[in-house]
Design a protein around this ligand. Structure first.
Ligand SMILES: Cc1cc2nc3c(=O)[nH]c(=O)nc-3n(C[C@H](O)[C@H](O)[C@H](O)COP(=O)(O)OP(=O)(O)OC[C@H]3O[C@@H](n4cnc5c(N)ncnc54)[C@H](O)[C@@H]3O)c2cc1C
Length: 532
């Protein structure tokens, strides 16, 4: 142990806060948690619909942008991430999806049995405090509060019934591990109208422990190696250089930052490091490669007047909703970004859903300069391929930690991804055309009925699609030597450093990624503690 710390955790996001919570359960373990951003003091962070203000505030976000590529219509796309205590869990849409049990069994097949659903299901059970109570892999007494929407909008209920009409199984808990096609209300990391970030759930309860030190405003530049052993981090705080040592360093900076720290430290593609004058500690082509993202499209329909929440989210209606929220912590301001979801198979031969459709009782104005709703009544469905095959890269541009990484998503380069998106968009149209949802619909407004052929729909996806802020894979875990981290998350070719965040997933979890980041960190803590 150096500087008195057993572990330095780099990044206080979804994974980093879980690690801090779990590792400091042992009073003899001393942990330093470093966060580049500041405290999570933005007044809109706890307010569920306040995400629209926080996720565009540069003081709380990493300004990641993709390179212009054909897959995104040659326009840079925001891959912003939270830069504050709580990381992206402080700015995200609060949809709580655990991924499919088969995702983790597939992960175990390329890593180790340590990552099977048996273990991850147990991790979820331990970390959750779910409104629906305990079940085989659902928890009722963990730190993370999960709830279901208390408002049941008729148009959302109609969408769920339309899913049933198309053959989907209605589930009270869409996260139940049976991986069949399903539809139901979407669980959220919200409790009594307040966001449950990784801080609320994990860091706040741990902060009183004397063995946990938290520093904010500290941006880690690189690791210092003695031979192959990482012994310290070099960081910058208010322009001043810091050197902080520990027995082991746990990188939890997220999919863009963890590979960047490794690359600046001399662990990464040899040609990249050499071009930037960085001495190579361990050449690894996989550091920053294998990046996957859920590039979806928000489809919208105009609905009958009064059938959506748009009127309650603008003008006088918004003022009334805000007053209601202030008085009761209820109403549309207390709701998450999506109220329901459908997980569907686009081909009969599939054994499990390959597409997620999230359903919201409002529609977004894509012409407004701030995030706001359309003037007329509308609904939106966010539609995406759950397990994209196209992979991209993340690479540092310089040795300067203040320079954000270069991101090349290479969307749609795998033909299978294009086919799945076409089927997904067409499925969403079938859902909206099915009774009883069809009775609410006036017309499709996005992309619009003029987009019909394969080429037109792919063009719509290129023009109107967006990354869902779920990117994974830049420090992939694997039992093969080429993987960045081994099945215990140790960085290959080095000692004393692990990666624990969304970057470790070699394939995307089938759903939103906050839950999987937390469950992976929970499981990682078992492995790290077991190794002591
Ligand atoms: C706008 C948005 C909406 C989303 N919506 C949802 C949703 O509804 N449901 C869902 O499940 N998922 C959602 N996600 C995705 C999910 O929140 C993330 O995948 C997950 O939080 C990532 O966890 P992580 O631990 O890998 O990284 P993060 O939570 O991003 O944490 C990384 C932390 O490391 C810090 N850091 C980075 N570099 C350094 C450095 N050099 N030095 C020190 N600290 C550093 C960062 O500031 C950050 O706090 C959303 C994400 C965003 C951004």
């Amino acid at each position: 142990m150096a500087n008195g710390y057993d572990y330095i955790i780099v990044g206080a996001g979804s994974a980093g806060c879980v690690l801090a919570y779990r590792l400091t359960e042992d009073a003899a373990t001393r942990v330093l948690l470093l966060e580049s951003g500041g405290p999570d003091s933005h007044p809109m962070i706890p307010v569920p619909k306040g995400f629209a203000k926080v996720m565009v505030d540069p003081a709380y976000m990493w300004p990641y942008l993709t390179e212009p590529e054909p897959g995104s219509n040659n326009v840079p796309e925001s891959w912003g991430r939270g830069r504050t205590l709580g990381g992206s869990s402080a700015v995200n849409g609060m949809v709580y999806v655990r991924g499919q049990s088969s995702d983790f069994d597939a992960l175990a097949a390329v890593t180790s049995a340590d990552w099977s659903w048996q273990h991850i299901g147990a991790a979820y059970r331990a970390l959750e405090n779910h409104e629906l109570g305990a079940a085989a892999t659902r928890g009722d007494s963990g730190p993370l509060r999960i709830s279901l929407p208390e408002r049941r909008e008729p148009v959302v209920e109609a969408a769920i019934c339309a899913g049933v009409a198309l053959g989907l199984e209605r589930r009270e808990d869409v996260n139940e591990p049976a991986d069949g096609p399903r539809v139901g209300y979407a669980p959220r990391t919200i409790y009594r109208g307040r966001r449950q970030s990784a801080v609320t759930a994990f860091l706040a309860p741990a902060r009183g422990r004397p063995n946990l030190t938290v520093m904010t405003g500290v941006t880690v530049d690189r690791l210092e190696f003695a031979g192959r052993r990482a012994v310290a981090v070099h960081a910058v705080q208010n322009g001043a250089a810091l050197r902080l040592a520990a027995g082991e360093i746990l990188l939890a900076g997220g999919t863009m930052s963890s590979p960047a720290i490794l690359q600046r430290s001399g662990v990464g593609p040899a040609a990249l490091l050499t071009a930037l004058g960085i001495p190579v500690v361990h050449a690894s082509e996989a550091v920053g490669a294998g990046v996957r993202e859920h590039r979806g499209i928000v489809m919208q329909w105009r609905v009958r007047a009064g059938a959506s929440q748009n009127g309650q989210l603008q003008g006088l209606g918004l003022a009334a909703s805000a007053a209601r929220y202030a008085l009761t912590r209820g109403g549309p301001i207390a709701a998450g970004v999506y109220d329901a979801g459908a997980w569907v198979k686009t081909r009969v031969e599939l054994t499990r859903p390959d597409v997620q459709i999230l359903i919201a009782p409002y529609s977004i104005s894509f012409t407004a300069t701030s995030i706001s709703v359309e003037p007329h009544a509308g609904i939106n469905l966010c539609v995406y391929n759950l397990r994209p095959e196209s992979t991209g890269t993340v690479a540092i541009r310089s040795r300067n930690p203040a320079d954000v990484v270069r991101i090349e998503p290479h969307y749609g380069t795998a033909a299978a991804d294009r086919d799945t998106m076409l089927a997904a968009i067409r499925y969403a149209r079938r859902l909206v055309s099915a009774a009883p949802l069809a009775d609410f619909i006036v017309e499709e407004t996005r992309p619009g009925a003029q987009f019909q052929s394969d080429e037109q729909l792919l063009e719509a996806h290129r023009q109107m699609g967006y990354g869902n802020y779920h990117a994974c894979g830049s420090c992939r875990m694997g039992s093969d030597e080429a993987a960045v981290v081994d099945p215990a998350l140790r960085v290959r070719g080095t000692e004393g450093v692990r990666v624990v965040d969304t970057s470790i997933f070699p394939a995307m979890p089938s759903g939103n990624t906050n839950g999987p980041a937390m469950a992976a960190a929970w499981r990682a803590a078992d492995l790290i503690r077991g190794a002591r």
